[in-house]
Design a protein around this ligand. Structure first.
Ligand code: URA
Ligand code: URA
Length: 271
């Protein structure tokens, strides 16, 4: 006779097998989805129905990426405080990650800070709490800042994407493009003296480069937008989630942290 397992044992087995998230009630056949959306992926975004009567979460229509970007730019530009920007992001339907995420993870910290840190996207703990960098990577980031005498409460921290990609996968170019107007506006409204780009995705996105993090870190660069105000000095650092897996790379990051500390002391002397 087959051995019977109770629910706790089955859950434990799921957890050990790496199944730790329930995303949808029904399984999704990705082969079918891929066939219908694949060639449209480059220039359009599947929009998920928010019609509560249907209770369905399958993509119902495709809108063009340029329309999504236009609506995101319009919404971001109209926001003239961080609060209204957060509301505009909550109301934005152009990024499908919103449907699988539990919470919008907006930035937090003081305005006009010396430092603004921008990571990639929320992880599981950030998604649960609705706050950036509160999981293991966030705790390491906090210790890294402390090592150069910076308190977390004195810096503004946010991410390129405000919604967690399922299973922490790397965000797609389409998802990043859809949310780009919001992070650009957030930088304008926060108006930091120095930007720290945390990890490869953040650095690539905001510096508009295809170079990997190993080539962008280790030097001062500039974040600048066409028609924008003055450029902001920017420094890319290795992502703390990566440092947790490859502690040997902490040495490089320590050099970057010291350079940031040095630059901060120079800017405060000018004031
Ligand atoms: N990794 C990120 O890039 N951002 C977070 O908020 C957490 C982990
Ligand atoms: N890859 C990334 O994307 N970021 C890092 O910091 C390191 C490797």
């Amino acid at each position: 006779m087959a051995k019977e397992y109770n629910a706790t044992q089955i859950l434990k087995w799921y957890l050990e097998s790496g199944i730790d998230e329930a995303l949808e009630e029904k399984p999704v056949n990705h082969f079918i989805l891929q066939a219908t959306t694949e060639d449209k992926e480059a220039d359009s975004i599947p929009v998920v129905s928010t019609d509560t009567s249907s209770n369905s979460k399958t993509p119902v229509k495709l809108i063009s990426l340029s329309d999504t970007t236009k609506s995101a730019y319009a919404a971001a530009k109209a926001a003239d405080t961080l609060e209204t920007l957060r509301d505009a992001m909550s109301a934005f339907e152009g990024c499908p990650l919103k449907q699988t995420a539990k919470n919008l993870v907006f930035g937090n910290g003081p305005v006009s800070p010396k430092l603004m840190l921008i990571g990639e996207a929320p992880g599981a703990e950030e998604d649960r709490q609705g706050r950036p960098f509160v999981g293991p990577a966030g705790q390491l980031l906090e210790r890294m800042l402390k090592a150069i005498s910076i308190e977390r409460g004195d810096v503004y921290i946010t991410n390129i994407l405000p919604w967690r990609p399922p299973g922490n996968r790397t965000p797609t170019d389409t998802e990043i493009a859809a949310c780009m107007p919001f992070i650009e506006r957030q930088i304008e409204l926060v108006s930091p003296e120095i930007l720290i780009l945390v990890g490869g995705v953040s650095a690539k996105t905001l510096l508009g480069t295809t170079h990997g993090i190993m080539r962008t870190r280790g030097k001062w660069l500039e974040y600048k937008r066409e028609g924008g105000l003055e450029g902001i000095p920017a420094r890319a650092i290795l992502h703390p989630a990566y440092l947790l897996r490859s502690p040997a790379q902490k040495r490089e990051t320590w050099m970057d942290l010291l350079a940031i500390q040095q630059r901060m002391s120079e800017t405060s002397q000018k004031l």
